[in-house]
Design a protein around this ligand. Structure first.
Ligand SMILES: [Zn+2]
Length: 271
């Protein structure tokens, strides 16, 4: 049984500010260690549930945050950027269940550590088929495209709540309680790791009862950029439709082609 552990950084235990998650900042090396420890806790949970193949995908920033020298040897690491499936690279390769570790709530969520959708410097809002969405929905739908259920998630209370609405039965590991965007009451790392191991173990064990989150058929997304010139740049993507000064829309054949177009669109913008 094969498990994919897809990892972001804002929802990692102890993380409350950009200094913890951005390369070049003084606190970032500590954030990397915390991230690797949360990943190892998830690997332990997956192994306890019977996984004999575990792949970890580093999905934050340039995808090279997890310290491979400290990675549990039962797992393999996908790192670097870009990759065809980005934050869920690996999910198309015979995965039975996916786990999201260190995830964060969508842009505009109150009491959510570092809430954003893809880029906090570029994007204000994001919709999937007309519904406000964030990275949890986008990546869960990508997993669903390959028939893979997301069975557990770790992050703050808002990320856990966002996932629970989309995916009934998902096991949540709340490692901190956000009191705003940059303040949280955090579990100790040791405690958080126990919570993660337990949620991942339960989720993977219950994988057959948790339905893949799917967006069947053509998928339309809309992006509201922060500034109209960002939309001016992004409109260069063939197929992009201008809705108003800051909003672009695009329809793809499925969530995978829509996600690739979305990343291309954001990549065209200049901050
Ligand atoms: Zn991130």
């Amino acid at each position: 049984m094969k498990v994919l552990i897809a990892v972001d950084m804002e929802g990692i235990s102890g993380v409350t500010c950009w200094d913890h998650v951005l390369p070049g900042h003084s606190e970032y090396p500590r954030g990397r260690r915390w991230m690797t420890a949360d990943v190892n806790a998830a690997v332990e949970g997956a192994a306890q549930a019977g996984a004999d193949e575990i792949v970890v995908t580093d999905g934050h920033w340039d995808g090279s945050n997890i310290l491979i020298e400290e990675l549990d040897p039962r797992a393999r690491l996908i790192n670097g950027t870009p990759s065809p499936l980005s934050m869920i690279q690996g999910v198309a390769d015979g995965v039975d269940a996916a786990v999201f570790i260190g995830y964060h709530a969508m842009a505009g969520t109150r009491n959510a550590i570092l809430d954003h959708t893809w880029s906090s410097l570029r994007m204000h809002n994001f919709w999937l088929n007309g519904t406000l969405a964030g990275e949890i929905a986008m990546n869960a739908a990508g997993c669903g495209h390959f028939g893979v259920p997301v069975v557990a998630i770790s992050g703050d209370q808002s990320a856990c709540a966002e996932a629970s609405i989309l995916i009934p039965g998902i096991k949540t590991a709340q490692v901190k309680k956000a009191n705003g965007r940059m303040n949280a009451e955090c579990l100790s790392l040791q405690q958080a790791q126990q919570v993660i191991t337990s949620a991942v173990k339960q989720g993977v064990e219950l994988r057959s009862q948790i339905k893949p989150y799917t967006l069947p058929g053509k998928v339309t997304f809309a992006v509201e950029f922060y500034r109209s010139d960002m939309a001016d740049w992004a409109e260069g993507l063939p197929g992009a439709k201008r809705v108003n000064a800051r909003i672009l829309e695009y329809t793809g054949d499925d969530i995978i082609s829509a996600s690739r177009a979305f990343r291309a669109m954001v990549g065209l913008t200049q901050v």
